[in-house]
Design a protein around this ligand. Structure first.
Ligand code: PMP
Length: 461
């Protein structure tokens, strides 16, 4: 770096606004500039390698160098780089992707709508559900029930579905029409001695109370949930949770929306998290793993009753007045088709099921570390929650920033992971091998032990 003033990091600081970032901290610490990727690793501009323990943002399922995806994009760019699907136009990549997606669905679905991101997809869900209930002559039935600590995106309405205070505060969110029920985190939310089943029963009862308080079946339209909460800290629901929640949702004639943006395409050990947890959604949202994140694309699959109602209304009012310039973008769709082919040809589910125990058992070996309060996870996603006191579960103060400190320490040892508060998330590319999982966890242990030792020294001062 001959001229640090002109390094990529300082050019970054001079020009780029980063998502979900403390800008003043960024000015001081600068950027880790990632230059290339290979398998489950990425390399910074100095050539240092990192295992990508989060597959980027839970999305690069096939790792960072899948040539078949680059070739699929190039072929499509050279054939038809862009076309839309408005005005009764269509193209083969969009059609094939819809066919393949519908064939994978965990419950029968009728049609797919494409957007470019998870946020746009969830905004689309809201518009769809409002349109659907207008179509059925139920103009008051519009409220969405989401959950505390949910993450459903960052646009105004998807951001309103999100249940994370840091994404609401200072932005005047949530907007009206969205209410939040309990987060199903047994470790943090259960009463002393309460079993997972009893906790789930109580949460279902609370959901029913909330729905009644909000006006019941007349006003409550849909319940939206990630099968495993991701950005809220990797929250795996307690046993019997979705079974009990779903009964309430059905009782009030609400639609069940599964946000499978993280869980879709194998993450939890089945093709969809809905299968892992027995969810029967009316609407299912995918993104991220749909294209292994090589190009932005998301999809919303809807059941036939939902389709029939909105189709009738589109005929009555003239159209379904919603869509994006890039809905079913042909290059993104071609890459997604190739991604789904690869999942099938390489039998990605069998691979995930073979290596998931290596990750889950490996994470659980951290349970007796003095900083670790809880280890949780399923399939190829997990988290380690750090606490001040294991016995009382006392958390660190947010300003102590222990989670980010451990993540930073792991990074110096060549592992990129994500601190969500003091929960450290793991969601590696689905192609990761058992050996690479061992390397990933060894790098994490170095970072964790280093912070623990530093904390001991700081306490003696
Ligand atoms: N839903 C879930 C469950 C997500 O994890 C995310 C992104 N992390 C989104 C929606 C939003 O996706 P995007 O960032 O593509 O808008």
């Amino acid at each position: 770096m001959a001229n640090p003033g002109n390094s990529a990091s300082s050019r970054d600081v001079a020009t780029l606004l980063h998502p979900q970032t403390n800008f003043r901290a960024h000015e001081k610490q600068g950027a880790v500039v990632i230059a290339r990727g290979e398998g489950v690793r990425v390399f910074d501009e100095d050539g240092k390698d990192y295992i990508e323990g989060m597959a980027g943002l839970w999305c690069a399922s096939l790792g960072f160098s899948e040539k078949r995806l680059a070739d699929a994009a190039t072929r499509q760019l050279n054939t038809l780089p862009y076309y839309h699907i408005y005005n009764h136009k269509s193209h083969d990549p969009g059609i094939e992707l819809a066919e393949r997606l519908l064939a994978l669905m965990p419950v029968p679905m009728s049609k797919v709508f494409f957007a470019n991101s998870g946020s746009e997809a969830n905004d689309t869900v809201i518009r769809l559900v409002w349109y659907y209930n207008n179509a059925l002559g139920r103009p008051k039935k519009k409220k969405f029930v989401s959950r505390q600590r949910a993450f459903h995106g960052s646009t105004l309405m998807a951001g309103s579905l999100t249940g994370l205070p840091a994404l609401h505060r200072e932005f005047d969110l949530p907007l009206g029409g969205v209410v939040h029920t309990d987060c199903p985190h047994h470790y943090r939310g259960a009463l002393p001695g309460e079993s997972e089943e009893d906790f789930a029963t109580r949460l279902a009862e609370n959901l029913e109370k909330l729905i009644i308080a909000e006006g019941g079946a007349e006003t409550c339209a849909a319940f939206i949930a990630e099968p495993v909460m991701g950005a809220g800290g990797v929250v795996v629901p307690p046993r019997t949770y979705f079974e009990k929640i779903q009964k309430v949702v059905k009782k009030y004639d609400m639609l069940m929306v599964a946000d499978e943006v993280i869980c879709g395409f194998g993450r939890t050990g089945n093709m969809f998290g809905s299968e892992t947890f027995g969810i029967q959604p009316d609407i299912l949202v995918v993104a991220k793993g749909l294209s292994s994140a090589y190009l932005p694309i998301s999809g919303i699959a809807i059941s036939d009753p939902v389709y029939q109602a909105i189709a009738d209304n589109s005929a009555k009012v003239g159209m379904f007045g919603h869509g994006f310039t890039y809905s079913a973008h042909p290059v993104a769709a071609a890459v997604a088709v190739e991604t789904l082919r690869i999942y099938e040809e390489r039998d990605i589910l069998t691979h995930i099921r073979a290596v998931a125990p290596v990750l889950q058992d490996g994470l659980r070996r951290f349970a007796d570390h003095p900083l670790v309060g809880e280890v949780r996870g399923v399939g190829l996603v997990g988290a380690i929650e750090l606490v001040r006191d294991k016995a009382t579960k006392e958390a660190f103060r947010p300003d102590e920033r222990i989670g980010p400190r451990v993540a930073k320490a792991a990074e110096t040892h060549g592992l990129i992971i994500r601190a969500m508060g003091d929960s450290i998330g793991f969601s590696p590319p689905l192609i990761i091998t058992a050996d690479e999982i061992d390397q990933m966890l060894a790098r994490f242990r170095k970072g964790l032990d280093e912070v623990w030792a530093e904390m001991g020294r700081e306490a003696q001062k």
